[in-house]
Design a binder for this molecule. Structure first.
Ligand SMILES: [Zn+2]
Length: 359
């Protein structure tokens, strides 16, 4: 049996990914992958574990810059290991050029813990090694089934401050004269660009007017809160309009900056309108039935989708036969794998006999 060692790096999501790729490269985490093959060349097992695992005694510095991919190392059953990785393996006393016998007396076993379906997948590997962070309260206002994914992705970055505005470039030590590309009368930062700029406020006022709202919109969370008591469809098209307005402002800024275009409010409005129509097509949410909603939906050329009356179904319950004990059993699981519980309730001739519950 032959054991091959392969390192792979995994991407990180969102802002952190950018940080790591630009500045914190030496801290990129790695995995040591192990593929076991029979003498006939068939892959019979694979496993991955962190390079920083105590077993390997490797620090972030040791693995800095080693980001060889499996696809680049395995070619027609020939393993080509980069020199930098060879150096690490040499230091560990491992010689991947010749067959490696880890411990010939022990049974082979898989190090990789499979997913709940018993399969290895890139998704399950990523899930097990990615750093999870607390969920933000507004994530469903971005990641949902009614906002187009491309718009949502840009909106997510903007809400995480992940935009190369002048103030961020200055903070990274690059001197430049800052000017908002849309109004040219203030320094550029994301809050100004999206919410305070005279160009942006025109767009927000237009969006709010489309929903017959008079009050100013100082920020994303305040804007979303306005729709708290609205019907599902109204909530969704408002949510979509707010995200689309932010994205359209950012896109317009980039067009002015990189393509020397003149700021064009009409383009932004068209984008927002198109996103609202797109949301209406993607969503199945229903609207209420009042004058305000009818006016707003007409404004946005969206067809009303009134809530359907609930269908009444007849239900019958047949009691168990005499001398039959009835057991009601149910279980629930949160996540997969995750905490789970089971409950049992037993009745005999209408009386409780016993109940049982376990986590
Ligand atoms: Zn401005």
């Amino acid at each position: 049996m032959e054991v091959l060692f392969i390192t792979i790096n995994y991407p990180r999501s969102g802002q952190e990914s950018r940080k790591h790729s630009l500045r914190l490269q030496p801290e990129v985490n790695g995995l040591l992958g192990m593929v076991t093959r029979s003498t006939f060349g068939e892959i019979i097992g694979s496993g991955t574990f962190s390079l920083q695992q105590q077993l390997m005694h490797l620090s972030d510095r040791d693995i800095a810059g080693h980001n060889a991919k499996l696809s680049t190392m395995v070619n027609d059953n020939v393993i080509v290991i980069p020199q930098s990785l060879m150096h690490i393996l040499d230091n560990l006393g491992v010689s991947p050029r010749s067959p490696i016998i880890c411990n010939s007396e022990d049974e082979d076993y898989r190090i990789w813990c499979q997913d709940s379906k018993g399969k290895f997948s890139t998704k399950s590997a990523f899930e097990s090694i990615r750093r999870t962070r607390p969920k933000v309260s507004w994530y469903k206002n971005i990641w949902n089934n009614f906002i187009h994914p491309r718009t949502a992705a840009t909106g997510w970055k903007l809400l995480h401050g992940c935009a190369a505005t002048d103030d961020r470039i200055q903070k990274s030590g690059i001197p430049l004269v800052s000017a908002c590309r849309l109004c040219k009368s203030a320094e550029e930062n994301l809050t100004h660009l999206l919410w305070e700029c005279s160009f942006s406020t025109q767009l927000w006022t237009w969006l709010a007017a489309g929903f017959l709202i008079q009050q100013p919109l100082p920020g994303f969370k305040e804007a979303i809160l306005l729709s708290n008591s609205w019907s599902p469809m109204m909530k969704q098209i408002w949510n979509s309009g707010v995200v689309a307005a932010m994205v359209s402002l950012w896109n317009m800024r980039n067009k002015v900056y990189f393509e020397s275009k003149v700021p064009n409010l009409m383009n932004c409005k068209q984008f927002v309108r198109a996103q609202i129509v797109c949301t209406h097509h993607r969503s199945k949410a229903c609207n209420g039935n009042n004058n305000w909603e009818r006016l707003v939906l007409t404004n946005w050329a969206v067809t009303p989708r009134p809530k359907q009356a609930p269908q009444l179904k007849t239900c019958v319950w047949i009691p168990p036969e005499p001398n039959i004990m009835k057991l009601n059993i149910d279980g629930a699981v949160f996540g997969s794998p995750g905490p789970s519980g089971i409950g049992i309730c037993s009745r005999f001739e209408g009386e409780f006999i016993f109940t049982f519950a376990k986590d």
